[in-house]
Design a protein around this ligand. Sequence first.
Ligand code: RB5
Length: 149
Amino acid sequence: MSHKKIAVGSDHAGFGLKETIIKYLKDKGYQAQDFGTHSAESTDYPEYAEAVCRAVLSGESDMGVLICGTGLGISIAANRFRGIRAALCHDAFTAKMSRKHNNANIIAMGAGVIGTETAKDMLDVWLAAEFEGGRHERRINKIENMNID
Ligand code: RB5
């Protein structure tokens, strides 16, 4: 049983997968926090990216899951937030490596790209994997210290 708080958000294209993921996480004992959207009505993915990123950055959530049709828009939006490392993953390998090497604090998925079982497998390995630090920490620090404004 984990007490980790996981912020989950999606646009309309990711709504169905978000509902499935929230139930899956709750069944596993995580505190899944639903940041919307709450229906399949068309909406804009940056809003959900922002809500989940703010929750992770403030400490309200430990980690985040973001879903749109491809995972592209919502991960692009999330990576605008300094301190957020949103990894768009497609399989268990990329999900695992995004924790071990990139210390991803958000996993992004495309509901039109992966199936439900793949999404569950990805979550399992992503939540279990640990950041390896060392040389990977040095590289992440270089990203965080980039002067891009
Ligand atoms: C919505 O139609 C779609 O553009 C969105 O879910 C996402 O795939 C954008 O990157």
